[in-house]
Design a protein around this ligand. Structure first.
Ligand code: ADA
Length: 577
């Protein structure tokens, strides 16, 4: 359960733990046809958070996982919050359909009133592909589509006295003085001016801050007393507590004071150039699927620290709030992106896909707004951005993000640079995914080889040439994916592809090239750890895993880690001189 936002005066129930479970194979029923959850035996038990299809009894099965919990509650108004499900869910309360959650990996909430007595919650989660029901999760995505309630699940009793705090988005306006802007979503306060007490950190008393309310959102500016700036080296955090005299509800938000900008080809954190050195990370583990426990999240961050990383790209979906809190506290810089993967014209021309893309991206920005670790928003990984319909959607998404959050950078990972890319002018940071010598190679030399390092240099020359046009030349370039596969434990003197030696050499050459090229301001290697994909991906991935991890799926280090430990400190030192 994430620590913030916190509502200290509300009664809350953490619903994580054991839930009754029943599995319905996809041959028996589809989620869209499920009208009732009566009569199922619920003879099994599973944990929430969890992926049902990573547990031995239902391993890789497709269908509907029905999770059931019975509670005893006093009468009142309640709010159910779920940190994320995949691929989608229907919620039934006391046997009646109540709501649909159709944004995978995304925050979801549902409010309802209950009579005193037993409340039965059934969450029917489907992991079968369905273009109509689960429009955002294509069946050709190469990361395994697991099913389950992935993240925290909470029930709050809502205050009955007319004022309900939702969230307050906090933006740094001035690093020197600690001036911030507050945008508080509060139900029950009429339009117009309204002073509200705001208390920071451990202050004995609150300051009265004048908010101006319109349509349920109050905006104000104020100074954070004794403010400390957030940075990877000093991840200082503050807490703002908002309340409303005469009413019970209290909201606490944690935030960091820092700025981020892209200027003259550089990324500026708190006004100073920063080089981003890190990894793409899937929320993935062979035993837990995408419902990774907090202990594993912490372990991953410890390993990333030991590899001298300051940057994580959360590939390829909204991140868990708990993980982002850990990044805030441990000082990582994060690229958070909404769900998408290689989407071409079939997706881009589907109206429901475009609509849901905008909806989930806006929601992600709103929910993660206060994490200082998040410096960049992304979307549509490797979409077919040479198509006009891609440009239209990228423009729409970039606009939607900037309307909510003009203070962060916007990007998308392009694989089309040099192949007709036409949307880079729409984003702040140019992000390039490329696998020279792994996927792209002249027929005479099918793969990169240490004796032929020119393949990486050649491709990077091409990328730099392509983005030298006047309207692009001032935008920082980062390599958002680059890498090669290695099977853990497979060593070869001849350094052949798939050996740990090959991968280590490949990444050493990537680092050497990045060091030489002033235009490159960030490197996110693909990828942190091996991740489950599909057996049928054949020659690109092996054993049903994407093996480009620097660690294997159980976090055993491959030889490449030695290279990263040696090269990243150099990169961080030399690139920001
Ligand atoms: C793509 C994609 C990643 C991963 C990678 C690979 O560029 O963005 O999700 O699949 O390639 O390993 O092939």
């Amino acid at each position: 359960m994430s620590e913030y936002p916190a509502y200290p005066n509300r009664r809350k129930l953490d619903l994580a733990g054991f839930w009754d479970f029943h599995f319905l194979p996809e041959s028996e029923c589809k989620l869209k046809d499920l009208q009732s959850v009566d009569g199922f035996p619920f003879a099994d038990i599973l944990t929430v958070p969890g992926c049902f299809d990573f547990s031995p009894a239902y391993f890789t099965k497709r269908g509907i996982g029905l999770y059931r919990k019975r509670l005893s509650l006093p009468a009142g108004s309640y709010r159910l919050e779920i940190g994320g499900v995949t691929l989608g869910a229907k919620i039934f309360l006391n046997g009646k359909y109540a709501a649909t959650d159709d944004l995978p990996y995304s925050f979801f909430c549902h409010e309802f009133t209950a009579d005193s007595g037993t409340l039965e919650i059934v969450i029917a989660v489907e992991n079968s592909f369905d273009d109509e029901e689960h429009v955002l999760f294509g069946k050709d995505y190469d990361f395994y589509a697991a099913g389950g309630i992935l993240r925290s699940i909470m029930l709050y009793a809502l205050p009955e006295d007319g004022v309900v705090f939702e969230r307050c988005r906090i933006t740094t306006l001035d690093l020197e003085t600690g001036r911030i802007r507050l945008e508080a979503d509060v139900r029950g306060i009429p339009d117009g001016k309204c002073p509200l007490p705001v208390r920071f950190d451990d202050a004995a008393a609150a300051q009265s801050v004048e908010f101006c309310f319109a349509d349920g959102t109050g905006t104000a500016e104020c100074i954070v007393p004794d403010h400390r700036i957030w940075s990877p080296e000093s991840p200082n955090l503050h807490v703002a507590e908002l309340s409303c005299p005469g009413h019970s509800d209290v909201l606490q938000e944690r935030f960091g004071i820092r700025t981020i900008a892209a200027k003259a080809g550089q990324i500026l954190l708190n006004g100073k150039p920063v080089f981003l050195a890190g990894y793409n990370r899937h929320e993935s583990h062979p035993d837990f699927g995408y419902a990774t426990p907090p202990s594993l999240q912490i372990a991953d961050l410890q390993i990333l620290k030991s590899l001298h990383c300051n940057f994580i790209r959360g590939a390829h979906y909204p991140q868990s709030q708990e993980f982002l809190e850990l990044c805030d506290k441990t000082g990582f810089l994060v690229w958070e992106e909404s769900l998408g993967w290689g989407n071409g014209s079939v997706f881009l021309n589907r109206e429901t896909f475009r609509k849901k893309q905008v909806e989930q991206t806006e929601l992600m920005v709103q929910v993660s707004y206060n994490h200082p670790s998040v410096i960049m928003w992304g979307f549509l990984n490797e979409n077919h951005s040479s198509l006009p319909e891609a440009r239209t959607l990228i423009a729409e998404l970039a606009g939607a993000v900037k309307r909510i959050d003009p203070a962060r950078l916007v990007t998308f990972a392009s694989m089309q640079i040099g192949y007709g890319e036409q949307s880079l002018d729409l984003v702040d940071v140019i992000a390039c995914n490329t696998y020279p010598g792994w996927y792209i190679a002249p027929t005479t030399l099918r793969n990169y080889h240490p004796d032929q390092p020119g393949m990486i240099a050649g491709r990077l020359d091409e990328v730099e040439r392509e983005i030298s046009a006047p309207e692009l030349k001032d935008r920082p370039l980062i390599l958002s994916e680059i890498g090669a596969s290695a099977l853990y434990g497979y060593h070869d003197r001849g350094r052949v592809p798939w050996s740990e030696e090959f991968q280590a050499d490949y990444v050493a050459e990537v680092c050497r090239q990045v060091k030489l090229r002033p235009r490159i301001q960030g490197l996110a290697l693909w990828q942190f750890a091996d991740t489950k994909t599909y057996v049928a991906t054949g020659s690109t991935h092996s054993k049903g895993f994407n093996n480009k991890g620097s660690l294997d799926e159980y976090r055993n280090e491959k030889k490449v880690c030695e290279v990263v430990r040696r090269e990243f400190p150099e990169l961080l030192k030399e690139k920001v001189r």
